[in-house]
Design a protein around this ligand. Structure first.
Ligand code: NAD
Ligand code: LMR
Length: 328
């Protein structure tokens, strides 16, 4: 093994997403089959959570993953994030049946302020951060604002699950394989206001919009199905999505680290004013990635309907931002 191990911190490591995520990271699905990893796992100090974390670590051990170069259990972000190259911030309180994501804003704001500060103090100066814990965009915004010495661009929020959900809906509608769909975008917040946009999408070079040719389906079936999918999973399982969320986190980090080779994916990233979104808003954008950096797909035409949808999701994000202003 020639590559040096990289440090990967995961918070909420004993939770249900953690359980679906860690084994895939340790097996090389996230950073490549030649990249050893050291897992730095954070859970709350609570005895039950720490005991459950030990159990997960015993299972990781029992997999004898050749790429797992080390693992540590932590109850303090200041030690968990020490020198970390990648941080997946999953730990947060999940939404239960009938709860709105906004209800969780304040409790989670405190967690992400502390974790942003800890990253700022002890993580690698080029740490790449993915926030999964909800409300993901605003939590990522809080962490970024709490870490003024780290590059803003290294803080991201997970919109990839929404992107993947939209891909599957389009594949089902057109009867074409998911793998052939290109140029899909999801704009805005990881919430029902997100705008999944297939106006530029193609399948084998053919415009998806022409193949579907059904604006009613777009407005009344596709957008609500993708937007409310998280709630539909909660309703069906009695728990929020876990395996699909972990899968999206793997996709997000893998593509960021290893490149998309021209393919568009969606990442929640801090705006620099692109498409009229105010600076720093953590917004879902279509991006391509190369050499460990992402780049927004620019110059796309925004029609009146799309602008209306983008305004709506932006407004929600700005309200969330306002709601945590006093904590920053
Ligand atoms: P879970 O309750 O099963 O696990 C969360 C874990 O985080 C628990 O073990 C808890 O002890 C731990 N935790 C809580 N606060 C912590 C802290 N401050 N530091 C470290 N660990 C902490 O929840 P889950 O199903 O794994 O979901 C985790 C989060 O991911 C939730 O906020 C959920 O809403 C969110 N989520 C996001 C997406 C997305 O697409 N962005 C998708 C699904 C779920
Ligand atoms: C999801 O999209 O599945 C999650 O964000 C669940 C939730 O809390 O909405």
């Amino acid at each position: 093994m020639s590559k040096q191990p990289v440090r990967v911190a995961v918070t909420g490591a004993a939770g249900q997403i953690g359980y679906a995520l860690l084994f895939r990271i340790a097996s090389g699905e996230m950073l490549g089959k030649d990249q050893p990893v050291i897992l730095q796992l954070l859970e709350i100090p609570d005895e039950k959570a720490q005991k459950a974390l030990k159990g997960v670590m015993m299972e990781l051990e029992d997999c004898a993953f050749p790429l797992l170069a080390g693992m540590e259990a932590h109850s303090d972000p200041m030690t968990a994030f020490k020198d970390t190259d990648y941080a997946l911030l999953v730990g947060a309180r999940p939404r239960g049946p009938g709860m709105e994501r906004k209800d969780l804003l304040s409790a989670n704001a405190q967690i992400f302020t502390a974790q942003g500060k800890a990253l700022n103090a002890v993580a690698s100066r080029n740490v790449r951060v993915l926030v999964v814990g909800n409300p993901a965009n605003t939590n990522a915004y809080i962490a970024m604002k709490s870490a003024p010495d780290l590059p803003r661009k290294n803080f991201t929020a997970m919109l990839r699950l929404d992107h993947n959900r939209a891909l599957s809906q389009i594949a089902a509608k057109t009867g074409k394989p998911v793998s052939r769909i290109e140029k899909l975008a999801v704009w805005g917040n990881h919430s029902p206001t997100m705008y999944a946009d297939y106006r530029f999408a193609t399948i084998d070079g053919q415009p998806v919009k022409q193949m579907i040719n059904d604006e009613e389906w777009n407005k009344n079936t596709f957008l609500p199905t993708v937007g409310k999918r998280g709630a539909a999973i909660i309703e069906a399982r009695g728990l929020s999505s876990a395996a699909s969320a972990a899968n999206a986190a793997i996709d997000h980090m893998r593509d960021w680290a290893l490149g998309t080779h021209g393919k568009w994916v969606t990442m929640g990233i801090p705006s620099n004013g692109e498409y009229g979104i105010p600076k720093d808003v953590m917004f879902g954008y279509p991006v391509t990635t190369e050499g460990g950096e992402y780049k927004i797909v620019e110059g796309l035409d925004i029609d009146a309907f799309s602008q209306e949808r983008i305004n709506l999701t932006l407004k929600e994000l700005q309200e969330e931002q306002d709601g945590v202003k006093h904590l920053l």
